[in-house]
Design a protein around this ligand. Structure first.
Ligand code: ANZ
Ligand code: ZN
Length: 885
């Protein structure tokens, strides 16, 4: 029989409708089977699905479908990360309401997502901008406020003067706003923070337990949290030099061992001592104003040229009252870290070295690397931060760095000095652990976000909005004519009466950082129907944590860290009972594509060019005009370089299954995958091949009975049938374990190989004996099930052809017959006097005597022995046979 071509365009929507009607992907919370929670990072409703989404969701879908077939109650939900700036920008540019824009986009993208054939539980869908979602977020904010996990704090913030909003440090790129590109300014403002630092140590330690997270992500989180152990040291100040009688300067150092290499002190421009000195020194005030312009983002500080201003103040070395150090205001010292003041040891810190080299302060090395002569060891342009022994350091000389740190700490801990302005004595040095992690500032001066549910009353100060007045909903009659926060400009919304005293009061007009919205949506998915509470703890505790979370590595730090914190905060306030939200984390690679550029430098899309292969070169031609275009480097798909492919086009031309199969083939899922039309066509041909193969198998399978009268399983199988059965169960074994490990590209290779094995059997064309017919039927059934997680529509269609009942999407995963996996022969390396001479294949169960006989019969062995007698034959089971002559 010649099967017609498989028609994805006709088939795919039909199966999608059927899955929907039967709601087979809906997960029930009272399902008694073991749960498995698969989640891909939910999308921002920008308006269109991009190819990266297709990859992300396909990866999760394969796992979800597989785990469902393996008998789990799979939770695989989808929703929308729907608050954020683009909706407001659309409102400004196109005069559409943010809400309408967002929900329209959601509708469009949902349709696109459906066309991919994902096994999603749409009954749990929500958008974070639904008041029925953010209502609970407001409730949790208030719970956190009551628990001391949310606070108001005065902060220096990055202010984007164009977008009129506060930016997080990571939203400042090279001193400019990440969206607007405007030069960012520093402003002091009151804002709401979540006290993530209360969990610094715990968030750090718990990383060790996240053994199904990529190491690189755990390392990035570790560095972000940035724990360091060091010493706080109170340097005395020379009173004659201080602006207002200040008597000491407290610094934090992780290298107290280097104290005898100190050459200067440096303080932040925001340090009170700097402020006091500036009040008396206009030049210093000017310098401070200057360096403050560059902003406090770490990246800026790290790259900016080191600059300092000598205040004239002198500090006294803690181990030598006659040793005075100049105090500089410097642009590389942050007020937010440690004490905002340091001592500089140029020989062993690159920043300090750059600094002294600029201001001619010199350096003294105090750590000498092993094998170097301390007398000749000098530092010029490169600081030495490695290991070694102490030199030039009086009582520390000869010690290791560790021993010297300990010695300095001990001495300064036991030395007492009066605290400034008090008679009380206190140690000069104190051990301290510092973290880089800062509290999470969540206030955004934006309309399209979750309103922070508090009221500011002139009498009662900050008053929480009472529970029965939640949610505080966003007004819809807003205008974006003026820059700034539309909530603030609204004529009536913010004016309320104080819930406490009944007086006139105003609402908080800041909304929450959208990272808050995405810090608990995974918990909400466990029971999105609960109207009275964010979660139903009994349900959340059963369905959480997410067993496999999948998303881009760009979220490796903030989103994941915030979610880990928020889950702890939800635990502290009684909404869940676990600390870690994601037991398994997987970061997928990007989809990349060649770029194409016209002679005038403008970019053109892949859809506009035709690739011509000539010899071993390729050239690209613009189809519309026939002109040559330059083939540029392969890069991440982006709108600006136009090297994107539209998922809709791909699905319309090839079908979702082809797109899915292509995404999974070739590259491991954590690496980038290069989009290539040629290879997409290859995937398309493979779909047709599978279709023919299954149809041909179905014909043969008829010999093995039909649905009404299935043939009994043969008692015994001939060699051909047995070989096919081994191939089938071997593939089943490898694909099953490959999916569990998300090695999808490897799974696809095994499926291809197995399809080839089945093809070869069919190609013989003889009418097969009943045992082989039975094996063909089994093989075709297993084949369809193996590719069903990747190409679910084709699989459903094939399932019908094979005469199976029900849906393959609902079928149990096939049982592996383990005894078919045992290889019955082994190949051993044959050596003569230790040198490899060939190999020998023997039955697995062969006795040593049989192996010896087989080896000695080999021509290569006879030749190598050259007639000499055999003294001994050593058999290393399953591996090597060595003949000693
Ligand atoms: C003296 C010294 C000598 C230092 C040396 C380093 C090397 P981590 O490991 O990140 O905690 N430091 C302290 N507070 C600072 C601030 N507010 N702004 C800029 N730098 C600051 O870094 C701790 C080290 O960073 C401290 O140890 C201090 O310099 C500097 F050979 O003290 B060190
Ligand atoms: Zn009041």
């Amino acid at each position: 029989m010649t099967a017609e071509r498989y028609n994805a365009r006709e088939s795919e929507p039909r199966w999608q409708r059927l899955w929907d009607e039967k709601a087979i992907f809906a997960s029930r919370n009272d399902d008694p089977r073991p749960k498995y929670y698969v989640l891909e990072m939910f999308p921002y409703p920008s308006g269109r699905i991009h190819i990266g989404h297709v990859r992300n969701y396909t990866l999760g879908d394969v796992l979800a479908r597989f785990m469902r077939a393996k008998g789990h109650n799979v939770l695989h939900p989808m929703g929308w990360d729907a608050f954020g700036l683009p909706a407001e920008n659309a409102a400004i540019e196109r005069k559409v309401a943010p809400k309408a824009w967002t929900y329209d986009n959601i509708a469009a993208m949902k349709k696109q997502l459906r066309s991919i054939g994902l096994s999603l539980d749409w009954s749990r869908e929500f958008a974070t901008c639904d008041p029925s979602y953010y209502k609970h977020q407001q409730k949790m904010f208030l719970d956190m406020l009551a628990a001391g996990l949310a606070e108001r704090e005065k902060r220096k913030l990055n202010w984007d003067p164009v977008d009129m909003t506060v930016l997080a440090n990571e939203q400042v790129i090279d001193g400019r706003g990440w969206r607007s590109g405007a030069v960012v300014e520093q402003r002091e403002m009151s804002q709401w923070v979540f006290k993530i630092t209360k969990y610094s140590q715990e968030l750090l330690e718990a990383l060790d337990g996240l053994d199904r997270w990529p190491d690189k992500v755990r390392l990035m989180q570790r560095n972000w949290i940035g724990r360091s152990e060091g010493l706080l040291i109170r340097f005395a100040l020379d009173a004659a030099t201080t602006p207002a009688g200040e008597s000491e300067l407290k610094i934090f150092t992780t290298r107290p061992d280097t104290l005898f290499g100190a050459k200067f002190m440096a303080i932040s421009a925001d340090h009170p001592l700097a402020q006091a000195a500036a009040a008396k020194n206009p030049k210093l005030a000017e310098f401070i104003a200057d360096i403050k312009k560059i902003g406090t983002a770490q990246s800026i500080i790290d790259t900016a040229e080191k600059q300092g201003f000598d205040t004239g103040i002198k500090a006294v070395h803690p181990f030598d009252p006659n040793w005075k150090l100049p105090v500089y205001v410097a642009n590389f010292v942050l007020m937010e870290y440690g004490t905002g003041a340091i001592f500089g040891c140029p020989a062993h810190d690159q920043r300090d070295l750059d600094f002294v080299n600029k201001y001619d302060l010199g350096n003294v090395p105090v750590v000498c690397p092993e094998g170097q002569d301390p007398k000749t060891f000098v530092i010029t342009d490169v600081a030495y931060d490695g290991d070694g022994r102490m030199i030039n350091s009086r009582f520390l000389d000869g010690m290791t760095i560790e021993a010297a740190k300990e010695e300095v700490a001990k001495r300064l801990e036991t030395e007492l000095r009066a605290l400034p302005g008090q008679g009380r004595l206190a140690p000069v040095g104190e051990r301290q652990v510092n973290f880089r992690l800062r509290d999470w500032g969540i206030s955004r001066q934006r309309y399209w976000g979750c309103p922070i549910p508090v009221i500011h009353c002139p009498t009662c100060d900050v008053v929480p909005v009472p529970d029965d007045q939640l949610p505080v909903t966003l007004p819809e009659d807003v205008s974006f004519d003026k820059p700034g926060n539309a909530l603030d400009h609204h004529p009536t919304w913010k004016h309320v009466t104080c819930p406490k005293c009944g007086g006139k009061a105003v609402r908080e007009t800041d909304t929450m950082d959208t990272f808050v919205d995405s810090s608990w949506y995974f918990a909400r998915f466990t029971d999105p129907w609960n109207e009275t509470a964010p979660t139903t703890p009994a349900v959340a505790n059963r369905m959480m944590p997410v067993d496999q979370y999948i998303g881009g590595v760009e979220h490796a730090i903030l989103h994941l860290l915030y979610s880990r914190f928020f889950t702890r905060a939800m635990k502290a306030t009684g909404h869940v009972d676990m600390s870690e939200p994601f037991a398994g984390m997987f970061t997928q690679g990007m989809v990349v594509h060649e770029t194409y550029q016209k002679a005038d430098g403008s970019w053109v899309t892949p859809a506009e060019v035709k690739i011509e292969v000539a010899g071993n070169g390729r050239r690209a031609v613009l189809m519309a005009t026939g002109e040559d275009v330059e083939i540029g480097p392969i890069e991440k798909m982006s709108k600006s370089k136009k090297n994107t492919v539209d998922p809709d086009d791909i699905i319309a031309s090839y079908g979702a299954d082809v797109a899915r199969w292509f995404m999974l083939s070739d590259s491991p899922p954590d690496r980038d995958v290069i989009w290539s039309d040629e290879r997409v066509q290859g995937a398309s041909r493979f779909v047709q091949r599978l279709w023919r193969l299954v149809n041909e198998s179905a014909e043969i399978a008829k010999i093995a009975g039909n649905k009404a009268a299935p043939a009994a399983r043969p008692e015994t199988f001939g060699p051909e049938a047995l070989a096919l059965r081994k191939a089938a169960h071997g593939a089943l074994d490898k694909v099953s374990s490959g999916i569990e490990r998300l090695h999808f590209n490897v799974c696809l290779a095994h499926i291809r190989e197995f399809a080839n094995a089945l093809s070869e059997v069919l190609a013989k064309g003889d009418k097969p004996a009943p045992d082989l017919a039975w094996a063909v039927k089994e093989a075709a059934t297993i084949l369809v099930q193996l590719f069903s997680p990747m190409m679910p529509h084709l699989a459903e269609e094939c399932w019908v052809v094979l005469g199976q009942t029900g849906l393959v999407s609902e079928a149990d995963w096939p049982q592996i017959e383990r005894d078919l996996l045992v290889e019955d022969s082994v190949t051993l390396v044959v050596q003569v006097n230790g040198k490899k001479r060939g190999d020998v294949t023997v039955p697995r169960a062969a006795q040593n005597a049989d192996i010896e006989a087989a080896v000695l019969a080999l021509d290569a062995v006879k030749a190598a022995l050259g007639g000499k007698p055999v003294r001994k034959v050593i058999v290393v089971p399953m591996r090597i046979v060595n003949v000693v002559g």
